[in-house]
Design a protein around this ligand. Structure first.
Ligand code: ATP
Length: 492
C-alpha cells in the first residue's frame, strides 16, 4: 500500500486523524483515534518492558518538555540544530533545500553545506515544486519551537527537540539515587517538537512526535567490553557502509554484526550491540528482513555531537529512510553541561580513585510514529476477500473480539460474561452487530488476532469458537481455558 492509501485507511478505521480537521489542514500534527492510541500505547509499553524493565542495567525517567533554556545553549541546539531552507521568489513557499534537490536529482543528498546546496540549485536550475518560481539562496533554519515562560515576553524558552537532553541534565540525580555504575543506561519516552520546514509523508515527518531514547553510559576503558556482544555477533544484517556510499554504491551488503564492526561501520562493541538488539527487535515484530538495513552516516552528515552514527533504515514506499538512529555521542553532552552549569558531572571510580566524564557509547533513538508507520507498511494487506492488518499480537489494539452469534436469548448475557472475564486481562472488543463474517472482517482490518463467538451450544457445553486472524482457522475451546490459551498464543 502507498502512503495515501495508508493515510486514508488510518482515518477510516480510527487509527490517526489530521489534527482539528474541521479547521482545515495543519501540517505536521496528527491525533490518534481509538484504535491508534491503543497501538501507540502498546508500542511504548513493549519498548519500555523490553529495554528498561527487563534489564538490570537500564532505568527510566520522564523529563519536562520545557526545560531551562541554558540546556539548549549548552547542548549546541541553539547554534546548530538547523535545516537548510530555500524560499521561492514567486510564491514565497519555503522548502527544505536538500529534499527539493534530492527529489529533483533523484538521488540522496546528505551532509552538504548551505553554499553547496545553493550551487546545486543554481547549476541544475531547480525550481519551486509548486509554481516553478526561482529558488533563493539556501539559509540555515533553526528547528526549535520557541515560547515564553511567565508574564515576561523576553523569557524565551524552547519545546525540546529531543528527549535526550532531559536525560543528560538528570544524569547526576539518577546516579545518586539509584547508585548505578557504568555501564548503564537511562531511558525515556516523551514528546519532542521540531519545526520541520516541510512536514510530509504522513507520520514520517511530524512537527510533534514521541521519542523513545536511551543514553548508554560507559567508562572509556569499557569501549570494547560489551558483555552482551557475543549474543548478537553472528546476526546477519544488511549494511550500507560509509566507504560504499563514497564510491557511489547504493546496494546493501549482507554481513554479520562482528564483520560490520571490523569494517568500521560501528564505533565500538557497544555501538554495534545497541544497533543489533533493535534490528533483531524489529525482525521479531515481523518486519521483513529485506526491508531493513544499517546505514552508516557519512562524515559530512554527522550531527554536531556525534563521533559516529548508524541509522536502522526501512525500505518505505518513498525509499530507504531512517527508522531509528544509533549515535555515539561521546562525552560531548556531559562535558558541555559541566561547562555551562559549572556543576561537577564526573563519575568517581572507586577502584582507580579517578574521576572521569562518562562516555555515551550508544544512543538508540526512535519515534513511536516511525515504528507505527513501519508496522502499517509491513502488516496491512489487501487479500482477496478482506483487508487485514497483520500486526504482532502484542501490539494489536485489541487482542480479542467477542461476539454473541445472535443478539437474543441467553447469548448476549453469556458473551458479556466472557467479555468481563477476559477484559480484566486483555483489551477486548465487544461486537453484536451484523453477520459474523462482517464482524470478523472488521476485526481483521484493525488487526485483532483472535475472535470468540458465543453460540447456542455455548449455553450447554460452556465452549466457544476461537478464530485466528492470520490463518482464519476456527477451533472449539472451553471458556474456562480461554485465558490460558490466549496467554500461550501471545507469548509464542
Ligand atoms: P531525519 O534525518 O529523518 O530528519 P533526524 O536524523 O533528524 O531524522 P534524529 O535526530 O536522529 O532524526 O532523531 C531520532 C529519531 O527520532 C529518528 O530516528 C526518528 O525515528 C525520530 N524522528 C526525528 N524527527 C522526526 C520527525 N520529524 N517526525 C517523526 N519522527 C522523527
Amino acid at each position: 500500500m502507498n502512503i495515501d492509501e495508508i493515510t486514508s485507511y488510518c482515518r477510516r478505521r480510527g487509527l490517526v486523524f489530521p489534527t482539528a480537521e474541521i479547521y482545515g489542514n495543519y501540517s505536521g500534527f496528527y491525533d490518534y483515534g481509538p484504535v491508534g492510541v491503543e497501538i501507540s500505547n502498546n508500542i511504548k509499553n513493549l519498548w519500555w518492558k523490553t529495554f528498561v524493565q527487563s534489564r538490570e542495567d537500564v532505568t527510566g525517567i520522564n523529563g519536562s518538555i520545557i526545560t531551562h533554556p541554558k540546556v539548549w545553549e549548552a547542548s549546541g541546539h541553539i547554534a546548530s540544530f538547523t535545516d537548510p531552507l530555500t524560499e521561492c521568489a514567486k510564491c514565497h513557499k519555503r522548502w527544505r533545500a536538500d529534499h527539493v534537490i534530492s527529489d529533483a536529482l533523484k538521488k540522496p543528498i546528505e551532509g552538504l553545506k548551505i553554499e553547496e546546496l545553493t550551487k546545486l540549485i543554481q547549476k541544475n536550475n531547480i525550481k519551486c515544486p509548486d509554481c516553478k518560481g526561482a529558488l533563493g539562496v539556501v539559509q540555515n533554519f533553526n528547528q526549535m519551537f520557541t515560547t515564553n515562560v511567565g508574564a515576561v515576553e523576553a523569557n524565551t524558552a524552547y519545546l525540546r527537540p529531543e528527549t535526550a537532553q532531559s536525560i543528560f541534565v538528570n544524569y547526576k540525580p539518577v546516579m545518586d539515587s539509584t547508585r548505578m555504575k557504568p555501564p548503564f543506561g537511562i531511558a525515556q519516552i516523551g514528546k519532542a517538537f521540531r519545526n520541520e520546514i516541510s512536514p510530509r509523508n504522513f507520520l514520517f515527518r511530524l512537527r510533534e512526535f514521541e521519542q523513545m531514547e536511551i543514553e548508554y553510559f560507559i567508562q572509556k576503558k569499557q569501549l570494547s567490553e560489551c558483555a552482551y556482544f557475543d549474543e548478537f555477533k553472528d546476526l546477519k544484517v544488511n549494511v550500507l557502509s560509509e566507504k560504499e556510499q563514497h564510491k557511489g554504491i547504493t546496494t546493501n551488503s549482507i554481513m554479520t554484526i562482528s564483520k560490520a564492526l571490523k569494517e568500521g561501520v560501528f564505533n565500538s562493541e557497544w555501538h554495534a550491540y545497541w544497533t543489533a538488539i533493535f534490528y533483531k527487535w524489529y525482525l521479531n515484530l515481523g518486519v521483513n528482513p529485506e526491508n531493513l538495513r544499517v546505514r552508516q552516516h557519512v562524515k559530512e552528515e554527522l550531527s554536531h555531537y556525534s563521533a559516529g552514527t548508524v541509522d536502522i533504515e526501512y525500505n518505505y514506499p518513498m525509499g530507504w529512510k531512517e527508522l531509528q538512529g544509533v549515535a555515539d555521542r561521546t562525552t560531548y553532552d556531559l562535558t558541555q553541561h559541566e561547562l555551562f552549569s559549572k556543576e561537577k558531572l564526573e563519575y568517581f571510580d572507586e577502584e582507580t580513585r579517578k574521576k572521569e566524564i562518562l562516555y555515551v557509547a550508544a544512543e538508540p533513538s526512535v519515534s513511536v510514529e516511525r515504528i507505527f508507520l513501519t508496522l502499517l507498511f509491513e502488516g496491512l494487506k489487501e487479500e482477496k476477500e478482506r483487508t487485514v492488518l497483520k500486526i504482532h499480537p502484542l501490539l494489536a489494539p485489541y487482542k480479542i473480539g467477542i461476539f454473541p452469534l445472535v443478539n437474543k436469548d441467553a447469548l448476549p448475557v453469556k458473551a458479556r460474561e466472557v467479555f468481563k472475564e477476559l477484559s480484566a486481562e486483555y483489551n477486548c472488543f465487544y461486537d453484536d452487530s451484523g453477520s459474523i463474517g462482517r464482524r470478523y472482517r472488521r476485526q481483521d482490518e484493525i488487526g485483532t488476532p483472535y475472535c470468540i463467538t458465543i453460540d447456542f451450544d455455548t449455553i450447554k457445553d460452556n465452549a466457544a469458537t476461537l478464530r485466528d486472524r492470520d490463518t482464519m482457522k476456527q477451533e472449539r475451546v472451553k471458556i474456562k481455558d480461554l485465558k490460558e490459551i490466549i496467554r500461550k498464543k501471545l507469548i509464542q
